[in-house]
Design a protein around this ligand. Structure first.
Ligand code: TXA
Ligand code: MG
Length: 325
C-alpha cells in the first residue's frame, strides 16, 4: 500500500527508507510512523524548531508535554533520573510495548518536550517500523523521537497511514514523510503511568492494565498524586465530527458500533461489529472515521463491559461522547 503524493509520500519501509527517514528527522523534518497503538508524528526530541513544527501541524497548545520514543531501555538513563525500582521492572516487562512511563526528567529533556514540567514521558514502541526508525536515528546520534498521536488536537488518533494523511497531510511540508505500516494492532493509545511517586499511578488507561502492573511490580497502585497535565485526559477528546451517543438504541440513519451480538436495527449503519475486546479497541477509531467519511451526524456506541482493555475503551468513548461540536 504505497502511494505517491504531491506533498509527501507513504513509503514501504525498507531499511533504506528507514535510514532516509532517520536522516530527515536529524535534519529537522517530521516523520509520521506506525506504532502498535496508534500512528505518531515524530520529530527529533532534541531539536526545538522541529518540535515546534509538531505543535503547529497538530494545532496543539504548546504547554502539553510530548512522549519521547526511545529505541531501548538504555534510553531511560539518558532522559530520566532517580528512576524507582518498580519503573525499571515495568520497563523490563512491558517494553517494547504499549506503555509510557512518566519519570523525573534529566537535563536533556527540555521544557519544550515536558511542557515546563519536571517530568518526561518515555516509551519503547513494539512495532518493527518504529523500532527500525529509532535504531537508525540512534545510529545518527539521535537520542529520542518526540511523537504525539498524528491527529489534529482533540481529534481521533489515526490507526492507518491513510488516516494520518487525511488528518494532517495538508499541514506537512513536501519534505516530511508518512511511513506506512498497515493498521495498528492495538488501536488505542498507550497506558501512561506516573512513576514519580512511591507507587505507580495510571494517568491514561491502555493495553497494559492495572492487574498487569500490580502483578509485575508487586507494588500497589496509587490513585492520587500531584496534578499532572495529560491532554488525553481532557474531558472532550478523541472526537469524531459526528455526535457520539453512548448505550442508546440507534435510530435510522445513525451509525452503530457494538459487540457483534447486538443486532443492527433497520436503517441503521453498522460501522463495526467486534467480537472481542481486542477487536473493539483495534477497530474503534477507524469505525468512527468511517462514520465521519459517510457524513453521519450521530454515532451510537455500546460500551463494552469488563476490566482490562475494556477500561481504556470506555475511557476513550466517554470522552468522545463529550464533544461539543
Ligand atoms: O500510544 C501512544 O502513547 C501514542 C503513540 C504515538 O506512542 N502517543 C500518544 O501521544 O498518544 P499523545 O501526545 O497524543 O498523548 C500523550 C499523552 C498526552 O496526553 C500528554 O499530555 C501525556 O501523554 N504526557 C506526555 N508527557 C507527559 C508527562 N511528562 N507528564 C504527564 N503526561 C505526559
Ligand atoms: Mg493524542
Amino acid at each position: 500500500m504505497s502511494e505517491f503524493l504531491p506533498s509527501q509520500f507513504l513509503s514501504h519501509c525498507s531499511t533504506d527508507a528507514l535510514s532516509k527517514a532517520a536522516q530527515l528527522l536529524k535534519e529537522g523534518g517530521l516523520v509520521a510512523f506506525p506504532t502498535e497503538t496508534v500512528y505518531g508524528l515524530g520529530a527529533d526530541a532534541a531539536n526545538l524548531e522541529a518540535v515546534q513544527r509538531i505543535y503547529a501541524v497538530k494545532a496543539r497548545p504548546s504547554d502539553h508535554p510530548l512522549i519521547v520514543h526511545i529505541a531501548s531501555l538504555d534510553g531511560l538513563g539518558v532522559w530520566a533520573r532517580d528512576i524507582p525500582d518498580y519503573a525499571i521492572v515495568l520497563a523490563r516487562n512491558f517494553w517494547p510495548g504499549p506503555m509510557t512511563l512518566v519519570l523525573l526528567r534529566s537535563a536533556i529533556a527540555e521544557d519544550y518536550i515536558t511542557g515546563d514540567q519536571d517530568t518526561v514521558g518515555l516509551r519503547v514502541p513494539a512495532h518493527v517500523i518504529a523500532l527500525g526508525l529509532l535504531n537508525e536515528f540512534a545510529k545518527l546520534g539521535g537520542f529520542g523521537i518526540a511523537a504525539p498521536s498524528a491527529n489534529r488536537f482533540g481529534q481521533i488518533s489515526p490507526t492507518t497511514a491513510e488516516a494520518v494523511r487525511e488528518e494532517i497531510g495538508e499541514y506537512l511540508s513536501s519534505q516530511d514523510l508518512i511511513l506506512d505500516g498497515g493498521s495498528s494492532l492495538i488501536g488505542v493509545e498507550s497506558t501512561i503511568i506516573d512513576c514519580t511517586g512511591a507507587n505507580p499511578r495510571i494517568l491514561r488507561p491502555g493495553a497494559i492494565t492495572e492487574e498487569m502492573i500490580l502483578e509485575s511490580t508487586g507494588v500497589a497502585l496509587s490513585s492520587s498524586g500531584n496534578e499532572i497535565r495529560v491532554s488525553g485526559a481532557l474531558e472532550s477528546h478523541y472526537s469524531p465530527r459526528a455526535r457520539v451517543v453512548l448505550n442508546a438504541i440507534p435510530q435510522s440513519g445513525e451509525g452503530y458500533i457494538a459487540h457483534v451480538n447486538f443486532v443492527t436495527p433497520t436503517g441503521v449503519i453498522r460501522l463495526a461489529s467486534p467480537s472481542s475486546i481486542e477487536e473493539f479497541a483495534r477497530d474503534l477509531y477507524s469505525a468512527m472515521r468511517f462514520g465521519d467519511a459517510l457524513g453521519l451526524t450521530t454515532i451510537v456506541i455500546v460500551a463494552p463491559e469488563g476490566e482490562g482493555l475494556a477500561i481504556a475503551i470506555r475511557d476513550r468513548i466517554s470522552r468522545s461522547a463529550k464533544n461539543i461540536s
